[in-house]
Design a protein around this ligand. Structure first.
Ligand SMILES: Nc1ncnc2c1ncn2[C@@H]1O[C@H](COP(=O)(O)OP(=O)(O)OP(=O)(O)O)[C@@H](O)[C@H]1O
Ligand SMILES: [Mg+2]
Length: 227
């Protein structure tokens, strides 16, 4: 379980302070699918980066299964990111000259797995996101939605516990966005993956179980949906 209490992020505290996140508290249970929404500048990415161990809070508490994330030494944090967390961003950030299979293998190669083992698991991940038969395509041979699904496969290949996504559909049309969101839903249902996704499209929230809306760095509302 993830738990944040009074989380605060102030950029440039010494010069012109920006209070990007201004005291946020919540708990997220394992297997939850949470959408974070709010206007541009409301603090969504800042919050997600702190939750994803990519940035430190200025103040506040953050624990995952009682592990104090704020106090975790840098090396352990790096290991934690590599083994427990997957990230999907707006830009797919694929390695251009590599195939889909090569791209998805990267996290496993970084973990020291053999090429053969890495490719076996990478194929499974590509199958899950619906890209069977596209293993050997390079980025220029894939559509935007397919590229994002390669990025999702890369994010889940090492079997993380939590998946963070920051506007994963920002560069996609609505039909392709739907396909990508269906993939998230499937990962949440079938693998019980905890998903925390930032979006600014109102219609995306129907894919999530819970919606947290930010305004000026604080929670405006936090609603669980009844299915
Ligand atoms: N590195 C930084 N230095 C200073 N201010 C920053 C920095 N990053 C973000 N901010 C400011 O913090 C506030 C929150 O930014 P953040 O990127 O979290 O918003 P957001 O909700 O993700 O917006 P968007 O929907 O446009 O992506 C904004 O006022 C922004 O200008
Ligand atoms: Mg943002």
């Amino acid at each position: 379980m993830m738990k944040v209490k009074n989380l605060i992020k102030v950029y440039n505290p010494e010069t012109i302070p920006v209070h990007a996140v201004n005291g946020i508290s919540f708990e997220i249970e394992k297997g939850d699918f949470v959408a974070i929404i709010g206007a541009s500048g409301s603090g969504k990415s800042t919050l997600l980066h702190m939750l994803g161990l990519l940035d430190l809070p200025t103040k506040g508490e953050y624990t995952i299964n009682n592990l104090n994330i704020v106090k975790l030494p840098e090396e352990e944090k790096t290991l934690y990111r590599l083994l427990q967390i997957g990230y999907v961003f707006q830009e797919y950030a694929l390695v251009e000259e590599m195939t889909a299979l090569g791209n998805v293998s990267i996290p496993l190669i970084m973990q020291g797995k053999s090429k053969k083992e890495a490719e076996k698991l990478a194929k499974e991940a590509l199958d899950i996101v619906g890209l069977r038969g596209m293993y050997n395509r390079t980025e220029d041979q894939l559509s935007g939605g397919e590229r994002q699904r390669v990025a999702i496969a890369r994010a889940i290949v090492a079997k993380p516990k939590i998946l963070f996504a920051d506007e994963p559909c920002a560069n996609l049309d609505s039909k392709t966005s739907e396909q990508v969101l269906e993939v998230f839903k499937k990962l949440n249902h079938e693998l019980k993956l905890t998903i925390i996704m930032v979006t600014h499209e109102e219609w995306h929230i129907k894919y999530a179980d819970r919606v947290i809306k930010l305004r000026d760095g604080v929670i405006e509302y936090d609603k669980r949906k009844n299915h």
